[in-house]
Every structure is written in C-alpha cells, then in structure tokens.
Design a protein around this ligand. Sequence first.
Ligand code: GAR
Length: 189
Amino acid sequence: MHKIAIFASGRGSNAEKIIKYFQQHPTIKVQLIVSNKADAPVLQLAEKFGISSLVIHKARFLQTNDLLDELESFKINFIVLAGFLWLIPSYLVHAFSGRIVNIHPSLLPKYGGKGMYGMKVHEAVFESKDQETGITIHHVNEHYDEGSIIFQAKCAVTPLDTPVTIAQKVQLLEHQYFPVIIENMLLTT
Ligand code: GAR
C-alpha cells in the first residue's frame, strides 16, 4: 500500500480532490495531512475525512529531523505538496528522494520562486499580458519550484480575464490533473 502525506498551508481544495480520488483506491491511501498553520482550513478537511493530521512548527521543521520519525510512524512513502508554503529542508528532500511532488499554479519556469504563490502568481500573469498560463507538477528539491518537471497543462488568458478568473481556470486544471498524475507516479515507480 502506498501511503501519502499531503502537506498544505491553506484552503486545501487540491487536498480534498486528492483525498476523494483515492478514497476507494486499492493500493493508494492518503494517510496524513501536515500543515504549518494550526488554523488552516485543510485541517478541518482532515477531520471531516477521518485522516490523521499534524501541525509542524518552523524551528523544529527546519532545525531537527524529528518529522522523519513522525512520517515513519505513519508509514508514509510519498509526500504531496498541495499549497504548502515553506521550503522543504534538505533532510526531507534526501529521505524522500524522488518521492515529493509539488503543484505550482503557473507554467514554470515562469512565475516561480520564493514569494510566488497563490494569487501573486495570477496577478503577475495578468500584468504580463501573457496569452496563456497553466499548471506545473514537479519533483521537489531544496530550491523553490526548481525540481524536474513531470507534467504541465495550459489554459488561455484572454483580455476579459482578471486575476480571479485566471485563478479559477488554473484551479480547474489542478483539480483535474493532480490526483491522476500522483496515481501515475505511484503506479509506475
Ligand atoms: C494551489 O493553486 C497551488 O498551486 C498553490 O497554492 C494553491 C493552493 O490551493 N501553490 C503554490 O502557489 C506553491 N508555490 P488549495 O489550498 O485550494 O489547494
């Protein structure tokens, strides 16, 4: 059985899609939700679906590798970052080499890097007058948004779009593709 931990900082709409997608799956299970914010809505989702959750504290996350023992106790073998805003420290990248995946709401390498998350990305796309944007699903290394790209999907940006409508189009793509790509990765490795 593949056991996934989802790391998320916010609303958790991707986390919810992933949880639902794997609810009846024979070999893949969402085992744990990890958040850096005690009041993140994603933690209520965990409760709703009966999934264990963990709130991590910054100093402990960055300066110790205690989290590895916690992940081990839940038998986690794959980590999904779904709107998780902290950089992943190298002990975690190495312990889960090739087994941490992130979703980013733009066509990387455009609009990536530190500070580029959520609406900030869509506002930058809006300002740029680019005619397309999309999603990137990629492996995670010690740098923001720089791991190798696994999958991208595009959508059009028209003159009628606003940052809000761009965000809506991009989230539709995220919800459509992220669970399926995770499943493909787990079933082919
Ligand atoms: C998603 O759009 C995800 O791509 C983005 O945060 C949002 C989380 O939404 N991640 C980043 O910007 C990472 N740099 P959600 O909480 O509704 O899933």
